[in-house]
Design a protein around this ligand. Structure first.
Ligand code: PAF
Length: 281
C-alpha cells in the first residue's frame, strides 16, 4: 500500500452531520465514492484526490439499486474495519458510511440513464444497473458537493455516464478519470477478485493477455474490429465470454479502431465471478 500519512480522520454516518461539518470548511473537496472492500485501485484514487485537494472525502456504501436480482449484493465483500484503517493511513479527512435507510426512502424519484449508452455492453448484461449507479452518485454528489470526484477507467461505461450526467444536469463538479491498477500478474484490481480460486485466477489472466494481444495487433496497423475480436476470442476460449467490444471513447459504434478514440472492453465469467476489463487505445 503506497500511502503513508496518518490523519485524524472523522467517520460520519449521518448526512446532516456531514453537511454541517463540510460547511465549516472552505476548501477544495476531493471525493472518492466506493462500495468498500478497498484495494490498491481505490488507494490510487484516494492518493490522487489527496494530492489535488485540501479535503478528501471517501464514501463506503454498497448501493442496492445497482444490483440486479440474483447478483452478489447480499454477499458483496464487507471490510469496514480494514477499510477505515486504509483510509486513515491514506490521509482521508472524512469517511462517510451511511446505511440504506439514510440513503433511500420509499417510492423515490429515480434517475433514468440514457437509452443509447446505458443499454449496451454492461447495461445490456445488467439492465437498469446504470440507473442505480447514477441515482446513488447523484445523491452522494448532492451531499458532499465535491470540487473533484475520482473514478477509475476500469468501469469505463460508468465513468462515461457519470461524465454525461454531470454535463446534462449542469453539476459543478470535475470528474477525474484515473488509470486502471493491475496486480503484478496484470489482473485488473477489483473487489470481486477475492471470489476467485487459484485456478480461476490463472484463467482470469487471459483477459489482460487478450487485451495486450489486441493492442499489439493495433500497433502493427490492424484496425479491423472483427479481426481483433476473433484473436481475442481465441485467447478467451476457456472462459465464458459475455462480450468483447470495441467502441469509441464516448461509447458509440465505430467502423474501425480509431487511435486515441477507442476502448476495447471485455466482460467474462470465470466460475461464478463476473469480471470486466478494458484498454484505452
Ligand atoms: O464503482 C463503484 O464502486 C460504484 O458503482 C459507485 C460509483 C461507488 C456507486 O455505487
Amino acid at each position: 500500500m503506497k500511502c503513508g500519512r496518518i490523519s485524524s480522520m472523522k467517520i460520519i454516518k449521518n448526512i446532516q452531520e456531514l453537511k454541517t461539518h463540510l460547511k465549516t470548511l472552505n476548501n477544495t473537496i476531493g471525493f472518492v465514492p466506493t462500495m468498500g472492500a478497498l484495494h490498491e485501485g481505490h488507494i490510487s484514487l484516494i492518493n490522487q484526490a489527496r494530492t489535488e485537494n485540501e479535503i478528501v472525502v471517501v464514501s463506503i456504501f454498497v448501493n442496492p439499486t445497482q444490483f440486479l436480482a440474483g447478483e452478489d449484493f447480499e454477499k458483496y465483500p464487507s471490510k469496514d474495519l480494514a477499510d477505515s484503517k486504509i483510509c486513515e493511513l491514506c490521509g482521508v479527512d472524512i469517511l462517510f458510511m451511511p446505511n440504506i435507510n439514510i440513503m433511500y426512502g420509499e417510492d423515490e424519484i429515480t434517475i433514468k440513464a440514457p437509452n443509447t449508452k446505458s443499454y449496451i455492453l454492461e447495461g445490456l448484461m445488467r439492465p437498469s444497473h446504470f440507473d442505480g449507479v447514477l441515482q446513488i452518485v447523484l445523491k452522494l454528489f448532492n451531499i458532499v458537493q465535491p470540487t473533484n470526484a475520482y473514478f477509475g477507467k476500469k468501469d469505463a461505461q460508468q465513468l462515461s455516464l457519470i461524465q454525461q450526467m454531470v454535463s446534462n444536469l449542469f453539476l459543478p463538479i470535475n470528474i477525474i478519470q484515473c488509470e486502471i491498477i493491475r496486480d503484478e500478474d496484470g489482473l485488473a484490481l477489483s473487489s470481486r477478485n477475492t471470489y476467485l480460486s487459484k485456478d480461476e485466477k490463472e484463467k482470469a489472466l487471459n483477459i489482460v493477455k487478450s487485451l495486450r494481444v489486441a493492442t499489439q495487433l493495433i500497433m502493427k496497423g490492424n484496425l479491423n474490429i472483427e479481426n481483433i475480436k476473433d484473436e481475442m476470442k481465441q485467447i478467451l476460449q476457456n472462459i465464458e465470454i459475455e462480450y468483447i467490444e470495441i467502441v469509441s471513447r464516448s461509447f458509440t459504434k465505430i467502423e474501425q479502431v480509431e487511435i486515441k478514440n477507442s476502448i476495447i472492453l471485455v466482460a467474462v465469467k470465470v466460475g461464478n465471478t463476473r469480471l470486466i476489463d478494458n484498454i484505452w487505445i
